[in-house]
Design a binder for this molecule. Structure first.
Ligand SMILES: Nc1ncnc2c1ncn2[C@@H]1O[C@H](COP(=O)(O)OP(=O)(O)OP(=O)(O)O)[C@@H](O)[C@H]1O
Ligand SMILES: [Mg+2]
Length: 318
C-alpha cells in the first residue's frame, strides 16, 4: 500500500451510458499501472465492470466463491469476496464481482424488514433501524479493504436506487462521469440532492472529486463548448482538466475483456487515464492522497453550483 489511507471512490450518475463502467475500469487500470493496489467493486447487476475485467461471477459461484450479493445478503467482507484476475497488473488489481442477483437484493432485504415487523415485539421504528443497517452493509463490507489497498473504485447502476445509495454511503469521494451528447444538467441536480441526503444522514465525509467529461471530441465545437460550459458553470476546480477522448478502442477493449492499458492500440487512451489519475492524486486531501495543488471545493459550493438549474440550451448557446 502506498497511500497513507485507503481512498474509496464511487463513479456515480444515474444516467445510463455516460462512461461509469468504462472510467471505473480504466481508472483502476491506471492506478494499478502506476503501482498502486486497486480493487474494483461492481454494484451493477449488469456486471459490465466484472465482465470487462474478465471475471465470470457464475464461474466464481460454481467454484464456491462469493459475489457482491453476499456482502448485502450475508454481510461478507469484501476482502473475502475479491478475486485477482490472473496475470494482470502484477496482481495489483482485484475485483469484487457483481452478480445479476444484485437486482433483487433490495426486495429481499425489504422482505426481511416486513418479516421482522410481524413480530409483536418490534415497532415501526425498529424496521427503520433495520433498513438503515441494510444501507450500511456495503460500507461495512468495503471497510475491510481499508488499510489493504490504496484505492477502491465502485461502479454503479444507472439509477438512484438502493444499490447506488449504498455505494454513496460507502465512499469517500464521488466522480461524476458525463458524455457531451444528450447531456442533462437536471440529472446532476437530482444526483446532488441525493448526495446531500446521504451526507446528512449517513456519510458526512462524502466529497466530489470532480466531474469527468468523456467520449469527448475536441474537433467538434459543441463538445468544446460543453467542456467550457462545465468549467464555467461548475468552476474549473470541479471539472477535471483531463478529458477522455472519443475512441472506438474502449468498445474493443470491453469486448475483448481487457482494459485500455492492455489493448495493443490503446496507448494514447491509456495515457489520458494516467493524466486523470495524476490529477486525482494532486487534488486529493492532503496527507491521505498526497499534496494538494488544486484544492477541492467544499460541498456547499458543489451544492450551490450544481443546485442551480441551467438548461441545455445554455450549453448550446454558450
Ligand atoms: N471515450 C469513449 N469513446 C467512445 N466510446 C466510449 C468511451 N467511453 C465509453 N465508451 C462506450 O460508451 C458506452 C457506454 O459506456 P459505459 O458502459 O462505460 O457507460 P455506463 O455509464 O457504465 O453505462 P450504464 O449506465 O449502462 O452502466 C460503452 O459502449 C463504452 O464502450
Ligand atoms: Mg455501466
Amino acid at each position: 500500500m502506498r497511500f497513507r489511507e485507503t481512498q474509496v471512490i464511487v463513479l456515480a450518475n444515474q444516467k445510463g451510458g455516460c462512461g461509469k463502467t468504462s472510467s471505473t475500469v480504466s481508472t483502476a487500470a491506471a492506478f494499478a499501472d502506476l503501482g498502486y493496489d486497486v480493487c474494483v467493486v461492481d454494484t451493477d447487476p449488469q456486471c459490465n465492470a466484472t465482465d470487462n475485467l474478465g471475471v465470470d461471477p457464475d464461474q466464481s459461484i460454481r467454484e464456491g466463491r462469493y459475489t457482491l450479493a453476499d456482502a448485502y445478503l450475508s454481510k461478507v467482507p469484501a476482502t473475502k469476496i475479491r478475486v485477482h484476475p490472473e496475470g494482470r497488473f502484477g496482481g495489483r488489481l482485484s475485483v469484487v464481482p457483481g452478480h445479476r442477483a444484485l437486482s433483487s437484493v433490495s426486495a429481499r432485504l425489504e422482505n426481511e424488514v416486513i418479516q421482522y415487523l410481524t413480530d409483536e415485539n418490534t415497532s415501526h421504528l425498529d424496521g427503520e433501524d433495520l433498513r438503515r443497517e441494510h444501507r450500511m452493509r456495503l460500507r461495512h463490507s468495503i471497510d475491510s479493504l481499508r488499510g489493504v489497498v490504496d484505492i477502491v473504485l465502485i461502479d454503479t447502476p444507472p439509477n438512484l436506487d438502493f444499490l447506488m445509495t449504498s455505494a454513496l454511503i460507502a465512499a469517500d469521494w464521488y466522480v461524476v462521469p458525463v458524455f457531451p451528447s444528450g447531456y442533462d444538467l437536471k440529472g446532476l441536480e437530482v444526483l446532488t440532492r441525493t448526495i446531500e441526503k446521504v451526507r446528512n444522514q449517513y456519510n458526512p465525509k462524502l466529497n466530489l472529486a470532480g466531474v469527468l467529461l468523456g467520449n469527448y471530441d475536441r474537433t467538434t465545437s459543441l463538445d468544446r463548448q460543453i467542456h467550457e460550459f462545465l468549467r464555467n458553470r461548475f468552476t474549473p476546480a470541479l471539472v477535471f482538466g483531463t478529458t477522455i477522448t472519443r475512441s472506438v478502442r474502449y468498445r474493443e477493449a470491453a469486448m475483448g475483456r481487457i482494459t485500455i492499458f492492455e489493448h495493443p492500440e490503446g496507448k494514447e487512451q491509456a495515457s489520458q487515464y494516467v493524466a486523470l489519475v495524476r490529477e486525482m492524486i494532486n487534488r486529493g486531501a492532503k496527507g491521505a492522497f498526497g499534496a494538494t495543488i488544486n484544492p477541492l471545493p467544499d460541498q456547499e459550493t458543489v451544492r450551490r453550483v450544481i443546485g442551480d438549474e441551467p438548461t441545455v440550451s445554455e450549453v448550446a448557446n454558450g
